[in-house]
Design a binder for this molecule. Structure first.
Ligand code: SF4
Ligand code: SF4
Length: 499
């Protein structure tokens, strides 16, 4: 199942925000032993009050100029009530709302409720459901039946369970029986009383490649928060479900949620998925732009920088965990590199995973490779004028550097001058960089990029983005089919272009 990329290409002038709504409901049809809402019944009056509050919320949302996505995060189970489906349907029809969804135990009568959604004009492609598997309350078979129906109806959803070791067998069975395209998340178990062992982490990571997100500790930091609003039934608003800092009332502000004066949230940690997923630095990029739904979407192609991104600075090889992650990712999308390293050096650093690499941009764009079905392996270099090279070689001793020349047959596409007098990994001071560039008399048709103690010289106009665009043209990737990741200044252009 593919999530549409319309979410990625949102109009810049419409503010897109992640909205959460929690009604007054505090009851559930399940009775999980640890839950305060277990088998609590609700009076007709309280259900009516919850319905009115929800429709008040949807009505107000529909008046907003700015949109985004709405996730219902009830205490208890909301999706057994048709009015939630009716309200979600109404929201989904808004042109400024990209997606609507709810957390659920997936016990609702799925055919009947989807009919309610459809009958109220709900757009199925905007629906995102989150189903938590409760092994105490339902069997794997029953749960998967619900999931299969949703898959048949082309509804996007994620499922998940708490990482309880005693339930591991059932969780593994669930993984096996679910369609491959469905993401199964694992939440860390809070009452474990100890950390998970390495072996346990490995087992859960096999099931949920993003289990690492759960294991990290995120110190609460309001400046790290993305744009989100959590709205209660009475309209009280906060940044997220656990924040203790009020952001006013959804029904009282003129353009709800526009108050920006928040300076803190009075929490020490963003302690659960619903909180930390709102941070710009927490979840894997495949969950964006609306990570609250917890549904990853993979582009057709991913371009990854090597040094500092796949391989920590100073390391010679990709770490084992990263290698495993990359191999898993290669089952979801095509992996390319975007590196300033020459091809041979990239190969050495990534040798354990080289078999999953489809090509990439090397030598900062002066060479690129891709496997085209019709044309075979494309290996293109951008040669440069090297008349200046003889003069440079003569200065080696005096200035203390070694010359590395990278060529493909006769064509020289990159020259590196590595200066011994600057410690490896240390950056050459800027003034010195300028002086050396003048002394070397490198042709104006070339460009210089400094990386630590190395002066990298390629033809003017080469760059990672330019190389990626060549690959995109050859492989038929559209801009929205691609993601690019890197951590240094020469990655900024490609990262911004594809974000
Ligand atoms: S399904 Fe969720 S809300 Fe319902 S009893 Fe279980 S834990 Fe509580
Ligand atoms: S607890 Fe919530 S508001 Fe506070 S930093 Fe974390 S996500 Fe942001």
């Amino acid at each position: 199942m593919e999530r549409r990329n319309s979410e990625k290409n949102t109009e810049k002038d419409v503010r897109k925000r992640q909205w959460y709504y929690r009604g007054s409901l505090k009851s559930c049809n399940y009775s999980c032993s640890y839950c305060p809402f277990a088998k609590r019944t609700c009076s007709r009056r309280s259900i009516q009050a919850d319905k009115e509050a929800f429709f008040r919320f949807t009505g107000r949302m529909l008046q907003q100029q700015n949109g985004g996505a709405v996730q219902i995060v009830p205490y208890g189970e909301a999706l057994i009530y048709p009015y939630y489906w009716e309200g979600l349907a109404a929201l989904s029809k808004s042109p400024v709302i990209d997606a609507v969804g709810a957390q659920s135990n997936f016990s609702f009568p799925v055919k009947e409720m989807l009919s309610v959604y459809r009958n109220h004009g709900g757009e199925l492609e905007k629906l995102r459901l989150w189903g938590t598997f409760h092994p105490e309350m339902t069997s794997v078979k029953q749960f998967v039946q619900q999931c299969r129906f949703l898959t048949e109806q082309k509804v996007l959803y994620c499922v998940g369970a708490v990482g309880v070791l005693e339930q591991l067998e059932k969780i593994c069975m669930l993984r096996k029986m679910l369609p491959d395209s469905v993401y199964l998340w694992i939440n860390k178990m809070d009452g474990l009383g100890r950390g998970y062992t390495d072996a346990e982490i490995e087992v859960f990571t096999e099931i949920d490649a993003y289990f690492w997100q759960e294991l990290k500790h995120y110190r609460a930091e309001i400046s790290a928060c993305a744009d989100s609003r959590f709205v209660e039934a009475d309209g009280r608003m906060r940044q997220c479900n656990i924040s203790r800092q009020s952001l006013g009332n959804f029904y009282e502000d003129s353009e709800a949620g526009q108050r920006e004066e928040l300076s803190g949230c009075k929490k020490k940690e963003c302690g659960c998925y619903l909180a930390y997923c709102n941070r710009k630095d927490a979840v894997a990029p495949f969950f964006r732009p609306y990570p609250a739904f917890r549904i990853p979407v993979y582009p057709r192609a991913v371009f990854l920088d090597i040094d500092g991104t796949l391989v920590p600075k100073g390391n010679m090889r990709i770490p084992k965990n990263t290698a495993r992650g990359l191999i898993r990712l290669s089952g979801k999308c095509e992996i390319y590199l975007a590196t300033s390293l020459p091809l041979e050096a990239a190969k050495r650093k990534l040798s354990p995973v080289w078999h999953v690499i489809r090509g990439g941009v090397f030598a900062n764009g002066a060479r690129w490779q891709a496997q085209n079905h019709e044309k075979g392996c494309l290996d293109v270099v951008v040669p440069m004028d090297t008349a200046w090279l003889t003069g440079v070689r003569e200065k080696q001793k005096a200035y203390g550097f070694a010359v590395h020349v990278y060529r493909n047959r006769e064509d020289i596409y990159k020259v590196t001058l590595s200066f011994h007098r600057v410690r490896t990994g240390m950056q050459m001071p800027e003034q010195k960089q300028k002086e050396l560039a003048q002394v070397m008399k490198i042709s104006d048709s070339c460009q210089v990029l400094w990386e630590g103690n190395c002066m990298q010289i390629t033809k003017k106009g080469t760059g990672k983005l330019a190389g990626i665009l060549e690959i995109c043209r050859e492989m038929g990737y559209r801009k929205e089919d691609v993601m690019a990741f890197g951590d240094s200044s020469n990655d900024r252009e490609m990262v911004e272009y594809f974000s």
